[in-house]
Design a protein around this ligand. Sequence first.
Ligand code: PLP
Length: 365
Amino acid sequence: MSRPTQAIIDLEALRSNYRLADSLAPQSQSIAVVKANAYGHGAVPCAKALEPIVPAFAVASIDEAIELREGGIRKPILLLEGPFSFGEVQIASEHEFWLMIENHNHLAFIEQCEHKKLICKPLKCWLKMDSGMHRLGFMPFEIAAIYQKLKSTSIVHDEIVVATHFATADVEGDAFVKEQIDCFNEAISGLGCLTSLCNSAGVMAWPQAHGSWNRPGFMLYGASPFELPQHNDKTLQSVMTLQSKVISVRNVKKGEAVGYGKTWIAQRDSRIATVTVGYGDGYPRHAKNGTPILVNNQRCKLAGRVSMDMITVDVTDVGSVNIGDDVICWGKDLPINEVAHYSGTIGYELMTRMPLRPSRIYINA
Ligand SMILES: Cc1ncc(COP(=O)(O)O)c(C=O)c1O
């Protein structure tokens, strides 16, 4: 038998979360964000599962888009960071990749392609505005002129989406989101353009910002983009279950320590189960003593430092635990955000840092 550490990926849960995102914004189209290997879930299998129900996908770069094309995905794919070179503009036109145009280099690449008559099919462009996050995009005062310029460029498709990204959409009612929305609306007023403002948090909490297109990512994988528990929406279904098994069990006496650095000291005579999952499998190295984990579907607590291949769990209070018993690190009954919280990070990071070591088992294809 091989090592039982696996990431089970429920593709029906993925589709259900996409349908939820789409239904929350009935006037918008929803582009499925599958960058960073579909947030660690496997880009091609996830895109294949979604393709019949989504109009388009979004990734960070052309390499991620090519991986999807080579995997058989035919729907349009938006490159969220735009082209990194002039050559990528040509590839984009051949493969129906949509380009986020967010700086003057991008405009120069397009001009070069037009000048050299290198593009056969019109390019679909999204135009990014910096409405306050100050990460990517043209300044609001530049948008109208650049929009008109792109529109009059012969190799650019007439339908241009003007997009922006929020800095604080995960903070309910945040005044800065309202400022960004106002800034965006003012800059595009009179253009009659298509729009896109919302990521997952925007889709869930900012209906007034739903645009022609929304861009949900994290929520598709079944976790809430909000830190506060009241937003951990039960209707989202966790897509990934990181599971493993107990490989050893022992008693330790009150006062004895467990694991590297002796960071966990038994406060009473205790029973410790060793589980074959560690930071080499994506379980966070910084998870604190007390991080919740399910052993035989019962909540237990991490006891001692996370090793590369193993963790140790206090199972004193959950009855008989034996070698071969089931362990769930995160999944349907244990939100990844909760584990992330105990590790000083966010669910986004745990998902996207999942290494390939635990095999991905796809269910409900
Ligand atoms: C421009 C853009 N849109 C959408 C998303 C998806 O965001 P989320 O995963 O929070 O839904 C991201 C993710 O970082 C992004 O950078």
